[in-house]
Ligand binder design. Structure first.
Ligand code: CMP
Length: 391
């Protein structure tokens, strides 16, 4: 009973699969609470609004902290139920969980409240720290977690870019310090002073509060400006490619799951599935869409991931569902499409181009054999259908 409750709690807190209504409602509730909290924190700083209802703000904070605390306690209590977290001792699992970045963000959402309420610790930064609650949203937003993964994955390239910027900063500020120090002793009194100018120039912000006036100073200032523009392209490029890589990786994982669920590929091992994932293209088609038309040339075949399609075979149509495939006959024979296949519902398909199809068949005789069997049966039915049609 206790174990069951723990497992149910874990699933409730962690599951966000589309079918899980309770889990989804909880997610939406938490997202709304976090957003409301952020608004409350911002509005609290507007004196005219705050004085109207300080009691509301106080109780809103208390209730929110209570909910965040309860959520945290339940997460820590039930985390050992996560199947992806090995099978260590539950206490060890909890310690590991508490140390994860996400759990720390959860803790930060309410800990400052207790520190100031019970221990009288006056956190003058409390308001700003409370805004960290916004980070809790990353649990619910895949896009936010992508940013985190990109930064982690590209940290070496980003550190290198940062180092180059630091070197540019040091060089330009020391050169300007030497050149301008005598003419503007108040503005370029030291290298740190010159660094302020250098940072404003390199980042292309250019406050204009400090500027070189000697000809040589201006010349180097100009070079610094140009370097500044190039410099910022560096991390931008790193992050952009990082994003593309990350999205590709995530797509790969999703497609992996889809492909390994297709019965025809059940006999393949991990490496072979990976190989096929890289050549299959996901395709979403709306209902009533004709994916292949009778008599057309064929350049690909399709696997059905979800949805229902109709093979238009007079007199009686034939229906295809998740796990099945179509379009293989014309691809294999090099001839024309034998029938039209139309989506009955919205469908998720995976498309395999003819060249990749041929490679796949050559590399996996077992798949070729299964396909031939299906094709033989379908050809028999087609012949039967055309005979009945003639009669
Ligand atoms: P193709 O000829 O390339 O294009 C039409 C597709 O409909 C065909 O490949 C098969 O995949 C599919 N098809 C044809 N006949 C049948 C059948 N009897 N049962 C299921 N699918 C069929």
């Amino acid at each position: 009973m206790y174990a069951q409750l723990k497992r149910a709690t874990h699933l409730f807190l962690d599951s966000s699969s589309p079918g899980d209504k309770a889990g989804m409602s909880f997610d939406y509730f938490m997202i709304a609470l976090i957003v409301a909290n952020v608004f409350a924190i911002i509005l609290e700083t507007v004196e005219s609004i705050y004085v109207k209802s300080p009691v509301f703000f106080f109780w809103f904070e208390v209730v929110s902290v209570a909910i965040f605390t309860l959520e945290y306690v339940l997460r820590v209590w039930s985390c050992a139920e996560d199947p992806s977290r090995g099978s260590n001792h539950p206490i060890m699992e909890r310690v590991r969980f508490v140390l994860t970045p996400m759990a720390m963000i959860d803790l930060l959402a309410f800990l400052p409240f207790y520190l100031s309420a019970f221990f009288g610790i006056d956190l003058r930064m409390l308001r700003a720290i409370r805004l960290l609650r916004l980070l809790k949203l990353s649990r619910y937003s895949p896009a936010l977690s992508v940013i985190g993964s990109v930064i982690m994955a590209q940290h070496k390239a980003l550190t290198a870019a940062l180092l180059v910027m630091l070197i540019a900063l040091l060089f330009s500020s020391s050169i300007l310090f030497v050149l301008e120090q005598d003419v503007q002793p108040d503005k370029f009194a030291s290298i740190p002073d010159a660094m302020w100018w250098s940072l404003a120039t390199l980042t292309t912000v250019g406050y204009g509060d400090v500027a070189p006036i000697t000809p040589l100073g201006r010349f180097f200032g100009g070079i610094t400006m140009i370097i500044g523009i190039g410099m910022f392209a560096l991390p931008t490029g790193v992050i952009a490619t990082g994003f593309a890589d990350e999205i590709r990786k995530r797509d790969f994982v999703v497609n992996w799951k889809l492909v390994s669920g297709v019965p025809l590929f059940q006999s393949l091992d991990a490496a072979q599935v990976a190989e096929i994932v890289s050549v299959l293209m996901p395709l979403v088609v709306p209902s009533n869409y004709a994916v292949v038309r009778i008599g057309d040339d064929a350049d690909s075949m399709f696997f059905i991931i979800s949805g229902r399609l109709e093979v238009e075979l007079p007199p009686k149509p034939f229906y295809l569902e998740a796990g099945e495939f179509f379009g293989e006959m014309a691809v294999l024979s090099g001839g024309k499409r034998s029938a039209s296949v139309v989506a009955v519902t919205d469908c998720n398909l995976l498309e395999l181009k003819v060249d990749d199809f041929k490679k796949l068949m050559a590399a996996h005789p077992a798949i070729a054999q299964s396909l031939h069997e299906v094709i033989a049966e379908r050809t028999r039915q087609l012949e039967l259908a055309s005979k009945e049609d003639q009669v």
